[in-house]
Design a protein around this ligand. Structure first.
Ligand SMILES: Nc1nc2c(ncn2[C@@H]2O[C@H](COP(=O)(O)OP(=O)(O)OP(=O)(O)O)[C@@H](O)[C@H]2O)c(=O)[nH]1
Ligand SMILES: [Zn+2]
Length: 365
């Protein structure tokens, strides 16, 4: 299939050599004729896919079984899958290996992590200029974005509403976005749109993060030059009536794609510790200069973190938020690990029981 990569029917949907290799491997291992497809939305027990035409596909038994054991393996928005025709329907035979994934950690004790988006390249975090900005929230979104493996980019939206405060807002945002580029934009005046649009490289998959009303849909529509996503104002009008909340893969003029994931509005968990550390890279760099390798940044002599606080270079509130997010991420991970262990035990017990029953049948008693 390599000779077809250029001008591949799926190239407009983000098809690339990595996916091609994964697909070829899946196709080789199957006795069926498989086709590659990209998931646009996950529904209960089925998915919407592009082949490139829109189709609905059910999950093949092996894929469904895997998803029952570990919901994180179920095909989700942005996934590349191998499908086959079976009678009148399409079946997802395999979910291809993912690159960047946006994961919402299960919040309830026994709830599972949920993969909200797969194979993403960039996360556009929107924070409205007129409502803060809320730096703690930004740090949470950034931690999650870094954890995904995709590149976080911050958009300060509704810039014109900040008026004279804009420089102050930008400075505040930049003080907490170490390592991520910041774009100041307005969907209404067009400010900064050209620069941001220039980053929408062909075949790259983006997702939007930001609270409700942050201006995500408006920004996307302004970038697209047409309505590709309903804004809050329109949804208000239709409240009470049935509205579809299907996840979509929206092609943009520059050739990039946006995954519309309504669920992201409720994310407030920080991802894992690596994402948190990436978000607070400035503090980590300071910590490396502490005299003691295991410095807890308490009363230790030669603590570079405390020195930075004393000199007014590091805001104590940011330091406290770092501790807090680290604790949260650690706790989430340990809880996730405990759940995984419990599930494995259950699975072993089941297999063990099946094994014993099979042996009993064989023995005839
Ligand atoms: N003045 C001004 N208002 C804006 C701008 N962008 C969005 N808005 C307004 O802000 C409100 C929310 O915008 P949306 O684009 O719906 O926000 P959203 O983040 O998509 O919201 P959800 O879909 O609920 O997550 C709407 O009333 C928009 O008209 C802007 O650049 N300037
Ligand atoms: Zn220290």
């Amino acid at each position: 299939m390599s000779e077809n990569t250029f001008g591949h029917p799926l190239s407009g949907l983000g098809w690339n050599p990595r996916v091609e290799t994964a697909f070829d491997a899946a196709a080789r291992h199957s006795t069926h004729v498989l086709l590659p497809a990209r998931v646009t939305e996950a529904r209960r027990g089925a998915v919407g896919v592009r082949l490139p035409q829109h189709e609905t596909a059910s999950l093949a038994p092996a894929v469904r079984k895997a998803a029952e054991t570990d919901p994180a393996t179920a095909p989700t928005s942005g996934d590349w899958v191998a499908v086959r025709r079976s009678g009148d329907t399409w079946l997802v035979e395999a979910v291809l290996e993912r690159s960047g994934t946006l994961v919402r950690q299960g919040v309830a004790k026994d709830s599972h992590d949920q993969v909200l988006a797969a194979n993403i390249d960039a996360v556009l975090i929107c924070e409205a200029a007129d409502q803060g900005p809320n730096v703690g929230r930004l740090e949470r979104f950034l931690s999650l974005a870094w954890t995904s493996g995709a590149t976080p980019i911050v958009a300060i939206t509704k810039a014109e509403l900040a008026g004279e405060r804009l420089p102050e807002v930008v400075e505040l945002v930049e003080s907490v976005t170490t390592g991520a580029d910041v774009h100041t934009v307005s969907a209404h005046t067009g400010l900064g749109l050209e620069e941001l649009a220039a980053r929408l490289r062909p075949g790259a998959t983006w997702v939007l993060l930001g609270t409700s009303g942050a201006g995500k849909s408006s920004l996307l529509n302004a970038l697209a030059g047409k309505t590709v996503m309903e804004t809050g104002a329109i949804r208000e009008d239709r409240r009470g009536r049935h509205t579809t909340t299907h996840r979509q893969l929206i092609p943009m003029p520059g050739g990039a794609l946006f995954l519309d994931i309504p669920g992201v509005r409720r994310i407030d968990v920080p991802g894992d510790e690596s994402g948190v550390d990436r978000t607070f890279a400035d503090i980590n760099a300071l910590a490396e200069q502490c005299r003691f390798r295991d410095c807890a940044h308490g009363d230790e002599p030669g603590c570079a973190v405390n020195a930075a606080v004393d000199e007014g270079e590091l805001d104590t509130r940011r330091l406290e938020r770092w501790y807090k997010l680290r604790r949260e991420a650690e706790w989430n991970r340990s809880r996730g690990d405990a759940r995984l262990r419990a599930e494995r035990r259950k699975e072993w017990k089941k297999n063990d029981r099946h094994g014993r029953e099979a042996a009993r049948r064989k023995r005839g008693y």
